[in-house]
Design a binder for this molecule. Structure first.
Ligand SMILES: [Zn+2]
Length: 464
């Protein structure tokens, strides 16, 4: 029952069409892990946080995805106009739904303002200017050195030419970004007002990052580097936020609980066990604390105790799909796939057929080695990959199910799709070429295989 394990460069995230992804449980067992975290509960919550904001911004039709990045530092950013990226650290450091919703509102402000394309243009111009500056500088320095040491004037002039335009570029970029930041704040507050929400959380978060704060002094936080936060900006934000009649509006307690549950889950999957117990000691009887302890118990191999704890959670919230998902996942990874099927079926039905949970159910059905489950596994996995086409786990399990059935054409195609999504283009091409020989020319399977054979690798991907 090996879950997919794959290490990729974080930089691949912004450029690659297909993202390497893995369930949280696979991440907890590896040093660094893939760049992106997949979890239905966390993604669903972030989608619910963001949907009204996107609607208020007139972006609801653009099908913007929320992607959780496997990084513990605070960051959230938009890179391509189709996705909002959020580090899991931003969820961990947001104590209330309103705080992270405020960050999403600000990022939506960047999206709605079209800051991405302008930023790119600016960067391209800056790069051109930089090259010109370097050429000029190098030429001037050569001229200076020819004159010998006594002629310091020219050499220094060369250095000044280098420093001049670069300093100019730096200033232009930052002032430009500052203007964008203020616009994104203003848009974000507008979206929050339009949806009857307070901008207090946005203000609280950004105040922590103010340029003269301890946070910024550390200088390592990517959010501060990409979103300059001079005190005047935060002061202006405070004024806007306070003038809203929603300033004092509190988060719904049910939503706060779901927020705390996701933070507990992230802590349990991503942090060291002693840290988890420090955050959620056994004296803490709250639902999030019990959730965190149940997860860390299963991850550290005590299946029997973990199942008892999960059953306790199910008694408290018998309609929570994620408790059944956890039970199924613990059993599946504890080499008891047949026992994992019932809780995973329940999780699929309670979650309205969440595709990532369907993939887990498909995996359990395949792992039983019982041929009676093969057709059902294929049907569930096909439905799952149709709605969640970027998760290699679904295709990898589908390949196994087809292999068991003896359908090697489909098995090769699904394996090729899994390899392609993992960024392993070489394997993907080999498997797709073999799949093409097994399908009749021009059939849908042949066409899909042909697409993979013909696909051009993206920059940063394995090209051979
Ligand atoms: Zn910003």
């Amino acid at each position: 029952m090996a879950l997919p394990r794959k290490t990729s460069k974080l930089t691949a995230v912004a450029t690659a069409v297909s993202l390497a992804m893995a369930p949280m449980s696979a991440l907890a067992q590896q040093a660094k892990g893939p760049p992106v975290i997949r979890d239905t509960e966390a993604e669903q919550l972030l989608r619910e946080y963001t949907r009204p904001i996107l609607r208020a911004a007139g972006l609801e039709k653009q099908n913007i995805q929320i992607v959780i990045i496997n990084e513990s530092v605070f960051n959230a950013f938009v890179a391509d106009g189709r996705r909002i990226f959020v580090n899991y650290g931003a969820m961990m450091q947001s104590e209330t739904p309103n705080q992270i919703i405020g960050v999403m509102a600000h990022e939506t402000g960047h999206l709605a303002g079209g800051h991405l394309s302008k930023m790119r243009e600016q960067m391209a111009q800056a790069q051109t200017q930089m090259i010109i500056a370097m050429l000029l500088g190098a030429g001037a320095m050569v001229a200076g050195s020819r004159g010998g040491n006594s002629n310091g004037g020219l050499a220094n002039a060369g250095a000044a030419v280098v420093a001049g335009p670069q300093e100019m570029i730096r200033r232009t970029l930052i002032s430009y970004v500052r203007q964008q930041e203020e616009n994104a704040d203003r848009a974000g507050v507008k979206f929050l007002n339009a949806t009857g929400q307070s901008a207090k959380g946005m203000y609280e978060t950004f105040k922590r990052f103010t340029n003269d704060s301890l946070f910024a002094a550390r200088g390592a936080d990517p959010y501060v580097q990409s979103h300059p936060m001079p005190a005047e900006r935060v002061a202006a934000l405070e004024e806007m936020a306070r003038s809203s009649s929603y300033w004092d509006k509190k988060d719904d307690p049910a939503l706060q609980l779901r927020h705390d549950m996701v933070r507990a889950k992230i802590s349990a999957f991503m942090e060291r066990q002693d840290t988890v117990y420090r955050r959620y000691p056994s004296s803490n009887d709250s639902l999030p604390a019990r959730y965190a302890r149940a997860i860390t118990t299963y991850l550290h191999g005590d299946l029997r105790s973990a199942l008892a704890q999960i059953d306790g959670l199910i008694q408290l919230q018998p309609n929570n799909p994620y408790f059944y998902e956890l039970r199924g996942q613990a059993l599946l990874e504890g080499a008891k796939p047949a026992e994992a099927i019932a809780p995973l079926r329940k999780a699929v039905s309670l979650s309205n057929n969440a595709p990532l949970i369907e993939m887990l159910l498909g995996q359990a059905l395949v792992a039983t080695d019982n041929k009676a489950y093969t057709e059902e596994a294929i049907a569930i996995l096909r439905a799952a990959v149709a709605r969640e086409s970027e998760a290699p786990l679904g295709y990898a399990q589908l390949a196994m199910a087809y292999g068991r059935k003896g359908d090697f054409a489909q098995a090769d195609l699904a394996s090729a799709q899994a390899a392609f999504l993992r960024g392993d283009n070489k394997t993907a091409r080999e498997l797709a070429s073999r799949a093409k020989t097994r399908f009749a020319v021009g059939t849908p399977g042949w066409v899909k295989a042909d697409d993979i054979v013909a696909a051009k690798p993206l920059p940063g991907q394995n090209s051979n």
